[in-house]
Design a protein around this ligand. Structure first.
Ligand SMILES: Cc1ncc(COP(=O)(O)O)c(C=O)c1O
Length: 918
């Protein structure tokens, strides 16, 4: 029997399909050999036919091997000609596995008896053409074509090809909107879609085996619509799934009128009766537009120009290296091109990062299109710098900023430098794993409402949150913004997407990215339906008190709300870019009037005047990659992540000692109204439902492995087991977890290696347990208890000392409630005078607190892991903080040396600071 688990697909059919073909090759080979010996058994036939059945519903969505070859495979099997059947299956499988079909040379399958050598020649490309392979893609045609019409269309496209074309493509034809959606989901080779006039709403065959990849509603939604409306609905659905696809419309009537009112959905509208050459050229030029990398190309061109270098860059053109007697191995290692491209020239076809007007500007514009932003800025010093640029651009001294206390240190430093008055927000804790989740919307709203009650809302400027968090907790970005704007209509949002640049390229993730959520919100606020809904809501809510405002969903006033959203992304963390390559994406309706100048100043403040061009070029080319294959890479990444989760959690030996933390374990049920505990594991449709509904969801590509039962803590497991013994790198651990991040470079082999390593670790553990003396056994049991038992609770933000609080009454509505925002800059710089500080050991801190004296940190104190500041300058120590710090066994605590103690303010310094404040 076939193993159906391996033909299961989570978000991509890539692994399942390739496995099924490989097993079909194996099965058909055995069948052919058995038939030759006159021993073909029923069981073999059953296995083979099972595999053919498993492949049948999906194969129509790919151009290769295509309907004709697939038909031939089935016919040969049915005819009992197992020898030719096996040969054909082997050739197809080889072409799929080696991807040689991507040469687009077409397949003549008339004779399945081709010899091996011939088959390989064919796969390698047309004889006599020794040219590099051209990128290959597929074009979806949605139209009810007969088999003959389909054949003619394919041949016509092949006939248009020219040797000078930069790309080559093949067609995939489906006859209905339902199948078009399935094709867009399954076939990552698609780059364009041509919608014809005669497509049906519903598929002619049963699609239930692909239900996860379909759109259960589209057939019904289209059923009674006029043709023009059908075009629009289908175009919108496809754009929602794969916004990068170039959409073309072929119409047979009134092409001019159709173009006039539908052109915003389509790249071009064509008259179906005319020759398809123009369409063919448009398809190629659509892909070429995404393929363009203006800065990378300019740099490459520049690097091959002979230039005399008389500025301060000896390495430029490799000059200081190639003739060196001692460092020429540098060229051997890196290759010459990287040095030829070392320059900081701003002319000669290149551009200036600080004032881009040429290829760099174009590269940033292309990035904005790809990432769905209005503006995009490249940053060459990581998101650490990107965050500081945005903070400085938006925040003036004294502005109030709400920020997750567990955010990356760059936010803390950025806000300190900007002179923000900071309200730290508390994320929900996961005490058992010593991790934090996200900041509940209720917490954010309650802070905003308190600031409103205190009359300080006019000073509130910015909300900063991390999406997704290091551990993969993802916010409902649109909802957070919507409800916050209902309280503070001009609030600006900075979403730290250091870990989330890839999310744009998966349809389920995309709505939870800042740029897509901003666009959706702006469209919603503009719509007449929303305005009407708002009028009703405003009338009902007129007298609502604080508690009901917290409890119910708030709607912003469309007449006042501004959509002002920023996202910072470490492109280098999740996509292709050299280290430190990051982007700032902007969707701010007031950018030009209110921010552009201060943004420019902030950019100048933090950007090197000698930026690294290799990093910039890598951002440009990384953008090209995701514009063309982002969907493929991300769906494959998720598929690998799910396979890794499955392999660990279903392995009888591994699962005794470790398991992958699930959504239910990392997100309390209160935040998951969908009630779905393991969204993607239950299928893409469940994932979609949870991601549309829940306050928080888990990014399944990040796997927190719970290792409590091993008795080894996260940091030791990382260092001694994974790194030292097996060379596996990870960068986040907690008390009893280690985090495995899959990425777009994760291969099946690397997943397999990780499983192998985990099994070896467990085997070693079991071996050493078997030889333990009773004393050792007792020690081991204690170690396990330590990792799995009671734990010091994670501390909330304790509060600022009054010397750093702003007790000014608000101005807007005259309130005078105390609010928690602290002046971190003042608290930070006060410590520059040593006489104001002293060092206290933990016990002394405890004694002072017992005696009722406030103890106030003069520095940031950040244990790593978990990596967030447990104390910020000006913050009061609390018993919970001391206890948490005592319970940590992390070797690395930034801002605290156990030999010297905590750096705190003296009582005298605090008194003076408080008097000055008053
Ligand atoms: C949430 C978050 N933001 C920003 C950064 C800084 O990014 P970069 O390493 O690109 O400077 C990090 C780094 O780990 C991070 O985790």
């Amino acid at each position: 029997m076939i193993d159906t688990s391996s033909t299961r697909a989570y978000t991509s059919w890539w692994q399942a399909r390739s496995d099924a073909w490989c097993r079909l090759e194996e099965a058909s080979g055995q069948l052919a050999a058995a038939a030759l010996a006159g021993q073909a058994a029923d069981e073999m036939l059953e296995t083979t036919s099972g595999l053919l059945d498993a492949l049948a519903p999906v194969e129509q969505y790919w151009a290769f091997p295509g309907p004709e070859a697939n038909g031939q495979v089935r016919d040969l099997f049915a005819s009992g000609d197992y020898g030719r059947f096996a040969l054909l299956v082997a050739r197809i499988t080889r072409a799929l596995v080696t991807e040689s079909y991507r040469t687009g040379t077409g397949w003549s399958l008339a004779d399945a008896d081709h010899g091996e050598a011939e088959a390989e020649d064919e796969a390698a490309g047309p004889a006599g053409h020794d040219r590099p392979a051209r990128p290959y893609f597929e074009v979806l045609v949605v139209d009810a074509l007969t088999a003959t019409q389909e054949h003619i269309a394919r041949e016509e496209v092949r006939g248009w090809r020219r040797p000078s074309d930069h790309f080559v493509y093949e067609l995939v034809v489906v006859g209905s909107a339902e199948e078009a959606v399935v094709a867009a989901r399954l076939n990552a080779n698609l780059q364009a879609c041509v919608i014809g006039r005669r497509f049906a709403a519903a598929a002619g065959q049963d699609l239930s085996s692909l239900a996860d990849f379909g759109d259960g509603r589209i057939a019904a939604d289209l059923a009674d619509l006029a043709l023009d409306e059908r075009y629009q609905v289908l175009a919108r659905r496809l754009a929602r799934l794969r916004p990068e696809l170039d959409l073309y419309l072929l119409t047979e009537t009134d092409v001019e009128g159709t173009a006039a009112h539908l052109s915003h959905h389509f790249r071009r509208v064509f008259y179906a009766q005319e020759r398809s050459l123009e369409l063919h050229q448009s398809i190629l030029s659509g892909v070429a537009a995404r393929y363009r990398t203006p800065f990378f190309e300019a740099l490459r061109h520049y690097s091959h120009q002979p230039t005399g270098v008389f500025h301060a860059l000896p390495i430029s053109q490799g000059n200081s290296i190639v003739s060196s007697h001692w460092i020429s191995d540098m060229v051997g290692f890196y290759g010459l091109d990287i040095f030829l491209a070392e320059t900081s020239a701003t002319g000669g076809g290149l551009d200036s990062l600080l004032e881009p007007t040429g290829p760099l500007r174009q590269a940033q514009q292309l990035a904005a299109e790809t990432f769905g932003a209005r503006r995009t800025f490249f940053v060459t010093n990581g998101t650490s710098t990107a965050n500081k640029i945005v903070a400085q651009a938006l925040v003036a001294p004294g502005d109030i900023v709400l920020v997750d206390r567990n955010c990356h240190q760059s936010h803390h430093y950025g806000l300190m430098l900007a002179g923000a008055h900071v309200v730290y927000l508390n994320a929900y804790p996961l005490h058992e794993y010593s991790m934090y989740g996200g900041v509940p919307l209720r917490e954010i709203k309650s802070r905003l409402l308190a600031l409103r009650a205190a009359g300080k809302l006019d000073r509130v400027k910015l909300l900063m949150l991390t999406n997704c968090t290091f551990d993969g907790i993802v916010y409902d970005v649109g909802r957070v913004m919507e409800e916050c704007l209902a309280i503070k209509p001009d609030l600006v949002f900075l979403w730290d997407e250091a870990w989330f640049a890839f999310a744009r390229f998966h349809p389920v993730y995309r709505p939870r990215t800042a740029m897509r959520a901003a666009r959706t919100l702006a469209e919603r606020l503009r719509s007449p339906e929303y305005r009407a809904a708002y009028e009703r809501y405003a009338a009902e809510l007129a007298d609502a008190d604080g508690e009901s405002l917290l409890a119910q969903r708030l709607l912003p006033d469309p007449a006042r709300a501004r959509v002002r959203v920023y996202a910072t992304q470490s492109t280098h963390k999740t996509l292709t870019s050299l280290r430190q390559g990051s982007m700032i994406h902007v969707h701010d309706q007031d950018f030009a009037q209110k921010v552009e100048e201060s943004f420019h100043e902030a950019y100048m403040t933090h950007t090197s005047t000698s930026p690294n061009y290799q990093i910039l070029a890598s951002l440009d080319i990384g953008r090209r990659q995701v514009a063309l294959e982002g969907y493929e890479l991300v769906t494959k990444q998720l598929e690998s992540a799910m396979r890794l989760r499955d392999a660990i959690d279903t392995h009888p030996r591994l699962s005794k000692y470790m398991h992958c933390l699930s959504t239910a374990e990392l997100i309390p049920a209160d935040f998951r109204p969908s009630g779905i505990d393991a969204p993607l594991r239950m299928g893409l449709a469940s994932m979609t439902e949870a991601w549309e509904t829940d306050e928080f969801v888990l990014d399944p590509s990040r796997i927190s492995l719970y290792i409590g039962p091993t008795g080894i803590d996260g940091a030791t497991f990382k260092r001694e087991q994974l790194m030292d013994k097996f060379g596996i790198q990870i960068n986040k651990t907690s008390r009893n977890t280690v985090l495995f991040m899959t990425n777009i470079g994760t291969t099946r082999s690397s997943v397999a290696y990780l499983i192998e390593v985990l099994i070896k670790i467990v085997r070693d553990l079991e071996d050493s347990a078997a030889e333990m003396s009773p004393t050792q056994q007792a020690a081991h049991a204690r170690a396990v208890l330590k990792q799995t038992g009671a734990y010091a609770p994670l501390p909330d933000f304790s509060g600022f000392h009054p010397a750093f609080l702003d007790r000014r009454a608000g101005t807007a509505d005259g309130g005078d409630q105390p609010t928690p925002e602290g002046d971190v800059r003042r608290a930070f710089f006060l410590s520059y005078d040593d006489s104001r500080c002293e060092y206290l050991q933990a016990d002394e801190v405890g004694q002072r607190m017992e005696a009722g004296q406030p103890v106030v940190s003069a520095t940031f104190v950040s244990p790593y892991p978990p990596g967030f500041p447990v104390l910020v300058p000006g913050q009061l120590f609390s018993r919970e903080i001391l206890e948490f710090m005592r319970s940590l066994d992390t070797p690395e605590v930034h801002g605290y040396d156990p030999e010297i103690g905590y750096r705190v303010y003296t009582g005298k310094a605090l008194e003076i600071a408080q008097d000055e404040r008053a």
